[in-house]
Write a protein of this length. Sequence first.
Length: 570
Amino acid sequence: MNSALLVKELKKLDQDFEWYPTNQRMIDCVKGDMIKYFHSSDYNYDLKKSETFLKRVDVLDCGAGDGRVVKELANGGKKYCIEKSQRLIKQMSDDSFIIGTEFFQSTLIDKKVDVIFCNPPYSEYVHWAQKIILEANSKMAYLIIPKRWQGSAEIEKALKKRKATWKIIGTDNFLDAERAARAQVDIIAIKFFDGRYQDSRSNTDPFDVWFETNFKVNAEKEKSSEHTTNRFQAKTLKEKVNSQLTTNKGLVPVLVKLYNQEMEHLQNMFLSICELDQDILKELDVSVGSLKAALKQRISGLKNKYWLELFDNYEKITKRLTHDSRKNMLEKLTGNTSIDFTESNIYAVSVWVIKNANKYFDLQLITLAEKMINDANVKLYKSNKRVFTDQDWRYCGRKPEGLSHFSLELRIILHNMGGLDVDSVYSHYRYTHGLSDNSHEFLDDLITVANNLGFELPTWENSRERTESWESNKKQDFYQNKAKKKMLMSVKAFKNGNLHIKFNQDFIRTLNVEFGRLKGWLTNHVQASEELNIPVKQTEKLFKSNLQLTPATGLLQIGFVNTEMEAAHV
């Protein structure tokens, strides 16, 4: 959608929030200065050739709009955004992670990145700039703000407090922008570190500034002090949540309420300590340094506790992911527990989970199907006239170059999957019931994909949950419904590391239709019927049958709301 239409839609939704997209000249100006600071001592550089230098630079964009700036500045690095408009969040790329929605409710001190960028609403630019300068936990910050900013006492005071250095690296306007305006702006680079990229010394720690602003301590001199980590008991929190779920609507409001109560108690406790007479503090060997360290640790621990409690409730989504997909998503989530725990932030993170889960659902189906490709397992589409010889399959499990438009057979042989525990040669592998972990993981991933295609298996049918020991050439059946003899597959393992699998015909047909669709080989169900020799009435049901979460069903599963109607309203 072009910017003009998007702005029109934003106004209709009352989500404009003064969004004036940053133009390419401004982006290139910032990018050029970043290259000079992070990687190049030579100021005579070629911007396009030097962009690769920014691949490990993590960027936070405050007021990120549709995410176009962070996408360019974090060229391979992590992309973090604070953005209020849900409509603009939907425009962002999947790898942009929302760490806040309300800018003034978000703390920046615990969000460590390399660069903070901001093109703020110009009606509030002083307050935005002041907050970023005082709280930025970054090496550099770039602001695009009206030229009159140098008359601001608040911005000047904030720069002095952080002992930050600054320079104007460009001037520009929005006269020819996608959304035209008469604003004349300066592009400002603010440096919070004395040295270059490798330098770890900050002029002033943003947490120190925040602490001194909010907590006036009656102590004369700092002393270094060890601090201990406060260990929160998850069980206690679960008990509190469960006790309030009966009288509150949904999990999220309960968690936010409890979090706010704990945070208020924590801050009041430290305020009480700070009000003690300095002689008492000295007698107790309490210093400003130890108070700061303790508070920093407690706040971090508190956020971490509540985010992890919420992530536990994502299980209904994450159980639909294969091992690798689940690992990737959880690493991304647990690496971002410094996000402020508010309802709007929880909603934004949950939308990211839903959006990325859908991407993983499709990608993992393709990955799994491609793992099963070898010369004995595939048959070509009717329209594919190419012939491949045994020589073309010279590497086991690797398809010949150029092979496409194929489907999987009903019976397949998987080579070198780990197989059975037969002698000490394989002692470095771990085995459960005699079968290698590699084989268990593959079979469980296969069941996960089957579940997503509508072939639900009970939990006890998962590979590791089965109690029967594996023996060479002895089949094990995996049932959807054992009483009705409704089977998904039969599997045999062998001492040579191979697995032989016979699939349910309906399942392999469904997998082949969706594999072909996601690879772009099948554009509709009629084509699927012709190419795969499946009745057209069946392919009509199978086409686009892989699980996709809607925002409503996703939020319902996460526990953001209690009913489908509430989810749709949110």
